[in-house]
Design a protein around this ligand. Structure first.
Ligand SMILES: C[S@@+](CC[C@H](N)C(=O)[O-])C[C@H]1O[C@@H](n2cnc3c(N)ncnc32)[C@H](O)[C@@H]1O
Length: 235
């Protein structure tokens, strides 16, 4: 793995419009760096401009779940441990988080996670085949509170339109946020997709498989509510 991810900074690809993250330096602990040095060859996937064969990557034809923005990866590892029958492709740009998730994979002896350190928008566009995913998790994407930054929010119609073809019919997309106005935007965007059906009237009950994430705990300490949104692809 290179020291920092190589992004399409020039934005020459006309379809790539959202820059949903800021690359924070963040402190990489020695243990996280060790995890990257030792475990990346086994559990890390480098970005390439070529479609991935996920069954080949995980060496089995199991259901495949994509997670975008796993943060420190604690919830990712917990879900993967509780759902050993599924495989998880976890993507984030944050180096210490990548190191932390690799460390958790080793500590919990997980074989059903692969980690990418890259912009998920580019991975979706260039590496994921249509109808290759059984589920998509996007938990607490950066809310970009200020109005002038709303254009950087990940959950926008254009992005969801790029993402949906990758999901199989019958597959699900599960979003969560602690920012009510973003929750409304998420609901509004997914409601505009005829291929999707809401599993609830508006917001869903938090499913048992989703543990509290680090970002969620922080939101709760600040007095925020939490909204889960789960839609199924029907066609
Ligand atoms: C607010 S944090 C939430 C992390 C975690 N899901 C949680 O709930 O604790 C959002 C994460 O999404 C990542 N992120 C944002 N845009 C991304 C993108 N386009 N591709 C990959 N990761 C992204 C950020 O680096 C950050 O780690």
């Amino acid at each position: 793995m290179t020291d920092s991810p190589s992004f399409n900074d020039q934005n020459t690809d006309q379809t790539r419009s959202i820059r949903s993250f800021v690359l924070r330096q963040g402190h990489m602990t020695a243990a996280q760096q060790r995890a990257i040095d030792h475990l990346w060859p086994q559990f890390g996937l480098d970005y390439q401009d070529k479609l991935l064969d996920l069954n080949h990557v995980f060496q089995r034809p199991a259901p495949k779940i994509l997670e975008i923005g796993f943060g420190m990866g604690v919830a990712t590892a917990a879900i993967a441990q509780n759902q050993p029958e599924k495989d998880f492709l976890a993507i984030d740009v944050h180096g210490p988080g990548v190191g932390n998730l690799l460390k958790l994979i080793a500590e919990q002896q997980l074989s059903n996670i692969r980690v990418m350190r890259h912009d998920a928008v580019e991975v979706i566009q260039h590496m994921l085949s249509h109808n290759s995913l059984d589920g998509i998790h996007i938990f607490f994407p950066d809310p970009w509170h200020k109005k002038r930054h709303h254009k950087r929010r990940l959950i926008q119609l254009e992005f969801i339109r790029q993402l949906l073809p990758k999901l199989k019919t019958g597959g699900y997309i599960h979003l969560a946020t602690d920012w009510q106005e973003y929750a409304k935007q998420m609901l509004d965007v997914l409601n505009q997709c005829p291929a999707l059906t809401n599993t609830a009237t508006d917001y869903a009950e938090k499913p048992a498989y989703r543990p509290e994430t680090k970002f969620e705990a922080r939101g709760k300490r600040l007095g925020h509510g939490v909204w889960d949104i789960i839609f199924i692809k029907n066609q």
